[in-house]
Ligand binder design. Structure first.
Ligand SMILES: Cc1cc2nc3c(=O)[nH]c(=O)nc-3n(C[C@H](O)[C@H](O)[C@H](O)COP(=O)(O)OP(=O)(O)OC[C@H]3O[C@@H](n4cnc5c(N)ncnc54)[C@H](O)[C@@H]3O)c2cc1C
Length: 486
């Protein structure tokens, strides 16, 4: 939609941050910085970069007055690109990205537009950390508000399990803080369905002492050699001590000096183990993975912040991306066979399939303690990620991810998935992932905080009773999460 100058001038009176329209210098750059997924071509009519809660409230009010669809950009890594509605407003929180650490209270105060790298750097300085994602340029808010899995998950649960408070600007422009003491039901909903109730401008995390020096063990097998090691690893990772973590992945061998030249870029399966004890303790921990025919292995001490950045290069900004996700109760021999059959079929070396073992602290937290949308009883969360630089390769890669998902689906107990691992999940899948009871509780909460469903460019919870007929559809196309054609 085209915005008239008068409306923009009126917005400027209440908005101290930057406002960019397509004709403005800097707009193209700003749009390029909004979304990580280069496959999303939508263009907003306005990018607003607020610098305060008041700015956020003004932007929401403006969008509502104009009948304009809007999306919120935290770190821009949502696969569906929900932050950009075609012809609508992007509320880009990149200027609300400060990170402050209170080491005595063991708290981190993180802006809604921050990325994990900034949090890890600020907390590591004090020998503290919070559960973040495995790629440090990913956004804190989007990851946390829908869950958040990373290396520290077996030790400390999901990112959202470590959230102790959040400040948000709601659909009606109010600034609200939610915690166990204030608005506890909203606080519950924010930890798993948190993109639904407002623009979260600050997240407060509990921090844990974490040795700034970690250890990594990475073992990589060619597909034809990987069945036995993966069958071994499916039990081994669940027997690791509580202060160690593991990740299984189908991926290409990285082009690194520690990888034999002829193996670099070739597909295979890896088991990665991180721990925080001495190198000797770590060596003993990974010893059982040795002697199983790995094409290469790397066992090394690594600073925790470097561990957090180790996979950054596997997901470059602007690449085209698509993902599917599912949960597995058992990584059976047959599931392993299908997994190993699909891994070498990807065409672009960066496409990969991580499988997170769900154990330790993650599994101890009761299902109803948070709104996290996937059963805690699940043992593995899997994602099939298609990445490619150009349209043609991407079309094939996306089909690969869809076929891979269809083949693995028969080993999943149900439709539930970790919703941050399935960017284009449709409403029925979203509902199935939360489960009926949790979904209804969330829908009732949504009815209180956002009855008009103005926050719908997300993993959406529809308010119940649904007021759809009473609310006029916004102009501009909402960046509703829809499966891409092709
Ligand atoms: C390269 C890569 C690596 C990943 N690794 C992991 C991983 O290790 N572990 C894991 O759990 N997940 C991982 N993910 C998935 C990730 O959690 C999701 O893609 C998540 O949505 C990214 O959040 P974001 O803030 O960067 O994205 P955005 O695109 O900015 O936002 C995603 C959604 O959250 C909403 N949102 C964002 N910020 C706010 C806010 N402040 N207030 C209200 N709503 C907001 C948006 O409106 C949108 O609906 C990864 C994704 C990528 C692309």
């Amino acid at each position: 939609m085209t915005l008239d100058d008068g409306a923009i001038s009126r917005l400027r009176e209440h908005f101290a941050g930057a406002l960019l329209r397509p004709a403005d210098p800097g707009f193209a750059q700003a749009r390029a910085e909004v979304l990580w997924n280069g496959d999303i071509a939508r263009q907003p009519a306005l990018i607003a970069r607020p610098t305060s809660n008041e700015d956020v409230a003004a932007a929401i009010r403006f969008a509502r007055e104009q009948g304009m669809a809007f999306g919120v950009r935290g770190g821009g890594h949502g696969f569906a690109g929900a932050a950009v509605p075609e012809g609508g407003l992007t509320i880009d929180l990149s200027r609300l990205a400060s990170v402050r650490v209170d080491p005595e209270a063991r708290r981190a105060f993180v802006g809604g537009g921050a990325a994990w790298a900034a949090v890890d750097a600020a907390t590591a300085e004090h020998g503290l950390a919070v559960v973040g994602g495995t790629v440090s340029h990913t956004g804190v808010a989007g990851l946390t508000l829908t869950g958040g899995m990373g290396w520290l998950t077996p030790l400390h649960g999901l990112s959202c399990d470590n959230l102790v408070a959040a400040t948000l600007v709601t659909a009606d422009g109010r600034t609200v803080t939610a915690s166990a003491e204030e608005e506890p039901e909203l606080f519950w909903g924010l930890r798993g369905a948190g993109t639904n109730f407002g623009v979260v401008t600050e997240l407060v995390f509990a921090l844990h002492p974490v040795n700034p020096m970690a250890n990594l063990g990475m073992f990589f097998w060619r597909p034809e050699d990987a069945a036995e090691p993966l069958a071994f690893a499916r039990d081994y990772v669940f027997q690791l001590p509580a202060d160690a973590s593991a990740l299984v992945a189908g991926l290409s061998a990285p082009p690194e000096p520690f990888v034999p030249e002829e193996v670099r870029g070739t597909p295979g399966a890896a088991v990665m183990v991180a721990s925080w004890g001495s190198p000797e303790e770590h060596a003993a921990l990974v010893e059982p993975l040795r002697g199983r025919g790995a094409a290469f292995e790397l066992v090394t001490p690594i600073p925790y912040t470097a561990l957090q950045q180790m996979l950054d290069g596997t997901a470059p900004w602007g690449i085209r991306a698509y993902d599917k996700g599912l949960n597995l109760d058992d990584f059976s021999d047959e599931a392993i066979r299908v997994f190993l059959d699909f891994i070498p079929r990807r065409q672009f070396p960066l496409s990969f399939a991580p499988i997170f073992p769900l154990r330790g602290r993650f599994s101890e937290i009761p299902d109803d303690a948070t709104a996290f949308g996937s059963p805690r009883a699940g043992r593995w969360a899997m994602s099939m990620v298609a990445l490619a630089p150009d349209e043609e390769t991407f079309a094939a890669e996306r089909q690969w991810a869809r076929d891979f998902y269809a083949a693995m689906r028969r080993y999943a107990p149900d439709e539930a998935t970790y919703l941050n691992f399935d960017g284009f999940a449709d409403p029925s899948r979203v509902r199935a992932s939360y489960g009926e009871e949790k979904y209804r509780r969330l829908a009732a909460l949504k009815q209180i905080w956002d009855p008009g469903n103005v926050f719908r460019s997300n993993v959406n919870i529809a308010p119940e009773p649904a007021p759809a007929a009473a609310v006029p559809a916004p102009r501009g196309t909402v960046a509703e999460v829809v499966e891409p054609a092709g």
